[in-house]
Design a protein around this ligand. Structure first.
Ligand SMILES: [Zn+2]
Ligand SMILES: [Zn+2]
Length: 440
C-alpha cells in the first residue's frame, strides 16, 4: 500500500470512528431538537433579537446594504468564522467546518423595501421611506444564529457549511449576481427559508417541485397624437388604445393558456393625461407576469409584446415594450429538489414533529432563490411565525411585524438542515473519493 493510500486509509478510518456517534439514527434525530433548545436559551435568543432589531432600525435597499453587511461581518469575526467580501457589492459568504467537501449552503437575504413603516415601536425604522417589511432582518438574524450553532460544533461537521448573505432579493436579483460571482463554487446543495405570517409558529411548509412562480415585468409606452378632447377626430387617442391593450392582455391567460397551467398577467400601472379636456400624446402602462414553467413564461413574454404592439397599431398608435431586464431581472421558477424534500421532511419532522411539517400549494409570488436552485439542487421553505389568536399582517404592508419568537426556529432549522446534510450525504462523497473504501 502506497503512502497516499495509507493517508487515505487513516482518513477513512477517522471517519469510521466518528460515524458511530453521528450516523446513529437516534442521534441524528436528536440534532435538530438539540439545536432548537440551544437557540431558545435566553442569552442566545436575546442576542438574535438584538441583531434583528438593529437591522430593522436601519433598513437598506438592494445593493446598498453596507451597514447590514458590516454588522454581519462583525458578528462573523466575533465568532471566528472566515468569510469572503465583497461579493455582489454587499454580499458576504462565510465558511464553517472542515473546508472539505461536501459543501452545503444556507442563505439569507439582507435588503429592505422602499416604503414607510407605520408600526409605532421602540425599534421603528430610522430611515424615512425604507422598511424591513418582508422579514429579511429576521432572515439575517436567523442565519447568524445558525452560524453560531454550527461554529460551536464545527469539530463535528463532516464537511463545510457555506453561509450566503445576499443583497437585493426584492426585484434586484441579488442571487444571480452572487451565482455569477462564484458564491456557489463547489457547493452541492442550498437551503433557504422565508418567514410566513399566515402559518403558525412552530410549523414549516413547503413542497417538492415548483413552489414559486417565475416572474417578469414589462413597461410599454403607447403613443398617439394629443389634442382637444372635444375634437377627437383630430387626435389619435392613446388612452383608448391603452385601455384596449389592457383588455386584450387579459385574454392571454383566459383564452390562450391551459387552465390547468397557472399564469398571471397584471397591469398595475396606468399613467397618462393631466387635464379634463386634453387628449394626451402618450400613455405608459406597466405590470408583471408570472408562470410556473419556462416554456409558459417565454410564451407569455412573447405574446405580451405582440398584443401590446398589435393592439396599439389597430388604434393607430405606436407602442414600445421594455421588459426592464437590466434593472428587474426575470426570476426563474423556484423549483424544489425532490431529493432534498425528503431531507427537509426528516430534519424538520425531527425538530417540530411530523404534523408540524405542512405541505403547501405553489404560490404565484416569486423569489430570487430560484437563481441558486437553477444551478444546484435547492430547497426553499416557509417558516411559520403566526401568533395564536392574533390577526396576521402580510409582508410588504407598512404594518408588518416579525414575531421574534420564530428566530430560534429559523436558526435551528438552517443549522440542522446543513449539519444533517453533511452527515447524511457523506457516504456518496466517500465512495466517490476512491476505491479505498471497497478495499476496506
Ligand atoms: Zn418581499
Ligand atoms: Zn422576502
Amino acid at each position: 500500500m502506497s503512502f497516499c493510500k495509507w493517508v487515505s486509509l487513516i482518513f477513512v478510518l477517522n471517519l469510521f470512528y466518528q460515524l458511530p456517534i453521528l450516523s446513529n439514527s437516534l442521534d441524528l434525530a436528536e440534532i435538530p431538537k438539540n439545536f432548537l433548545s440551544y437557540a431558545k436559551k435566553p442569552e442566545f435568543f436575546e442576542w438574535m433579537v438584538g441583531v434583528r432589531r438593529k437591522i430593522h432600525e436601519n433598513p437598506e435597499l438592494g445593493y446598498e446594504e453596507f451597514e447590514t453587511s458590516k454588522l454581519i461581518r462583525d458578528e462573523l469575526e466575533k465568532m471566528g468564522i472566515p468569510y469572503k467580501h465583497p461579493i455582489a457589492i454587499t454580499g458576504v459568504v462565510g465558511y464553517i467546518g472542515s473546508g472539505k467537501p461536501p459543501f452545503v449552503a444556507i442563505r439569507a437575504d439582507m435588503d429592505a423595501l422602499a416604503m414607510q413603516e407605520s408600526v409605532e415601536w421602540e425599534h421603528k425604522s430610522k430611515n424615512p421611506g425604507k422598511m424591513h417589511a418582508c422579514g429579511h432582518d429576521a432572515h439575517v438574524a436567523m442565519l447568524l444564529g445558525a452560524a453560531k450553532i454550527l461554529q460551536d460544533r464545527r469539530e463535528d461537521l463532516e464537511g463545510t457549511v457555506v453561509l450566503v448573505f445576499q443583497p437585493a432579493e426584492e426585484g434586484g436579483g441579488g442571487a444571480k449576481k452572487m451565482v455569477d460571482a462564484g458564491a456557489l463554487e463547489n457547493v452541492d446543495a442550498i437551503f433557504g427559508l422565508h418567514v410566513s405570517t399566515d402559518k403558525p409558529i412552530g410549523t414549516v411548509a413547503s413542497r417538492p417541485g415548483p413552489l414559486l412562480a417565475g416572474s417578469g415585468f414589462f413597461e410599454a409606452i403607447i403613443s398617439g397624437r394629443g389634442g382637444h378632447a372635444a375634437i377627437p377626430q383630430h387626435s389619435i387617442d392613446p388612452i383608448l388604445a391603452a385601455s384596449n391593450v389592457i383588455v386584450s392582455l387579459q385574454h392571454l391567460v383566459s383564452r390562450e393558456a391551459d387552465p390547468l397551467d397557472s399564469q398571471v398577467v397584471t397591469v398595475a400601472k396606468f399613467q397618462g393625461g393631466g387635464a379634463f379636456n386634453v387628449i394626451p400624446d402618450s400613455v405608459t402602462i406597466a405590470g408583471t407576469f408570472r408562470a410556473f414553467s419556462t416554456e409558459s413564461f417565454m410564451q407569455l413574454k412573447q405574446r405580451i409584446e405582440e398584443v401590446i404592439t398589435g393592439q396599439a397599431a389597430v388604434q393607430r398608435c405606436n407602442a414600445t415594450v421594455d421588459f426592464l431586464e437590466d434593472t428587474k431581472p426575470i426570476f426563474p421558477v423556484t423549483v424544489n429538489s425532490e431529493d432534498l424534500h425528503g431531507h427537509f421532511l426528516n430534519v424538520a419532522g425531527d425538530m417540530l414533529g411530523a404534523s408540524n411539517v405542512r405541505d403547501m400549494q405553489p404560490l404565484m409570488g416569486s423569489e430570487d432563490f430560484s437563481f441558486y436552485s437553477e444551478v444546484i439542487p435547492g430547497y426553499f421553505s416557509f417558516l411559520g411565525m403566526k401568533k395564536e389568536n392574533v390577526k396576521s399582517v402580510p409582508g410588504h404592508s407598512p404594518f408588518f411585524t416579525v414575531n421574534e419568537d420564530a428566530l430560534p426556529y429559523g436558526a435551528a432549522l438552517h443549522a440542522s438542515l446543513a449539519a444533517r446534510y453533511l452527515l447524511e450525504y457523506q457516504p456518496q462523497v466517500q465512495s466517490s473519493q476512491g476505491e479505498l473504501h471497497d478495499e476496506l
